[in-house]
Ligand binder design. Structure first.
Ligand code: TRP
Length: 460
């Protein structure tokens, strides 16, 4: 076999491997499915006018995100170490320069920034889990729910408390190793979340507004599509799929050699997209049935879902379970944001996993206070795109992830020799491999550049 002569092939992972193919699929799915699907997708789609945004989002998911996910997992498995060391190693082997490590460095910084606000929003879901459990939504109308959300984000100590709790849980799980516990959690929680969402969909249909909601979501109105919404759609695709910063690269490092990266990626990307669309199909009917504003912003899910929960039988239970499962989905994503740094601290700085997790978790926790304060004390402190939260969100999703993904796909498509990528991705080097190569070399990088240029107005 060709690979026995190739020094890079069949390298052993520094930290063992996933126990099964399913464990890896679940871990990547757990990373992808999170607040991005249920909290962020509906509100960003709402802010960007619906249908046309969704169409561009889908094109970005399958034309850009999917090939980049394959590239990222492939590089991770090829390098078999944390993203920084992997990019340094493969850079030297395949491109004659260790400077590719900067892709890993920037990715880790990006993961830190994302997790700092991700944890705060996960805290909102924990708070809403408690509210749902206490039947606090009973009889509330849209105005009351809007006040309830406003009261939460106006309370820095409450936000800080939930953020702290979420970061402690994340740190403990990462400290124990990504595999333990995670596999069981994802195996049960994600399907349970989907079941609850299907029940909510049923209620969204029965309360009216469904046709209007679907029309908003799926009928493209290209007049509503601006250059900045195209950028937002691309950023959302990267964010929702967890690609562009090395999270799935870190997971790929633990993937057994015989598993198909292509099949895993297709399955995860499809499931992630289906769940985001499902969330939209639940939220927008509620929005229109109650004459709410689809462009409400980050509070959208929290102000709409309770309206359905109060009306449906068993709403207390369904609501509690929904927000609990959403927090779990957030946890499995948060873990993947932290894993690259922790793997790097362990491999390159010889730290123990526990100490590495504590260091990373502590830093993210501190940074999270910028987001906590963005909604209250510093709400009027605006610069560039708005508050600290607005800026961190914009910088990571719309700039850093696409830029990281661009470099990853350029490296995998142009610098990595065909033997290496074909060997990792699809040893039969069939038509699927050729298709990936076209997407990775031309379609994805050119699309990212065009969207960027378009957004800065260079294309008029
Ligand atoms: N994809 C996750 C979500 O949709 C968030 C996430 C986890 C992420 N890991 C990531 C985003 C890595 C970007 C990069 O909620």
């Amino acid at each position: 076999m060709a690979d026995s002569a190739d020094p890079a092939a069949r390298r052993a992972s520094l930290h063992g491997q996933w126990s099964s193919r399913l464990a890896f699929v679940l871990a990547v799915a757990g990373s992808a499915v999170g607040l991005g699907n249920i909290w962020k997708f509906p509100y960003v789609a709402g802010q960007n006018g619906g249908g046309a945004f969704v169409l561009v989002y889908l094109l970005c998911v399958f034309g850009i995100g999917l090939p980049i996910m394959m590239a990222e997992i492939m590089l991770g498995r090829r390098g078999r170490r944390n993203p920084i060391s992997t990019m340094a190693l493969l850079g030297r082997e395949e491109a004659g320069s260790g400077r590719w490590l900067w892709v890993g460095v920037i990715g880790m910084v990006c993961g830190f920034l994302i997790l700092s606000f991700y944890s705060v929003i996960s805290g909102w879901t924990l708070h809403y889990m408690v509210l749902a459990g206490r039947d606090a939504f009973a009889g509330a109308d849209a105005a009351a729910l809007s006040d309830m959300f406003g009261a939460l984000v106006a309370a820095p100590w409450t936000l800080a408390g939930w953020h702290t709790l979420f970061m402690i849980i994340t740190t403990v799980v990462v400290a124990r190793g990504v595999e333990k516990g995670l596999e069981q959690a994802v195996r049960i929680m994600v399907p349970a979340l989907v079941v609850i969402m299907l029940a909510l969909l049923g209620y969204a249909i029965s309360f009216g507004g469904f046709a209007e909601g679907l029309e908003f979501l799926f009928r493209p109105d290209f007049d509503a599509l601006t250059a900045s919404s195209v950028l937002a759609a691309m950023g959302q695709a990267f964010f929702s799929l967890s690609v562009g910063m090395g999270a799935v690269m870190a997971y790929g490092a633990y993937l057994p050699q015989e598993e198909s990266i292509i099949k895993t990626s297709v399955a995860v990307v499809s499931a992630d997209t289906a769940i985001a669309l499902l969330a939209g199909m639940i939220i927008f009917p509620i929005v229109f049935a109650n004459s709410l504003d689809p462009a409400e912003g980050p509070g959208l899910v929290f102000q709409t879902l309770p309206l359905a929960l109060t009306k449906m039988p068993g709403g207390v239970f369904v609501g509690t379970a929904f927000f609990l499962l959403l927090a779990f989905a957030g946890l499995t994503s948060a873990i993947s944001l932290m894993e690259p740094v922790v793997a790097w601290l362990m491999e390159a700085r010889a730290m123990r996993r526990g100490a590495a997790a504590l260091l990373a978790g502590g830093a993210v926790w501190g940074l999270g206070f910028l987001t906590v304060l963005s909604f209250n004390v510093l709400a009027d402190f605006n610069f560039l795109r708005g508050t600290f939260f607005d800026n961190i969100d914009y910088l990571t999703s719309n700039i850093m992830l696409p830029a990281g993904g661009f470099l990853i796909t350029i490296f995998a498509g142009w610098f990595m020799c065909t033997n290496s990528s074909a060997d990792e991705l699809d040893p039969q080097a069939g038509v699927v491999y050729s298709l990936w190569r076209v997407l990775a070399r031309y379609v994805a990088p050119v699309a990212v550049v065009l969207v960027f240029l378009n957004a800065v107005g260079a294309l008029g």
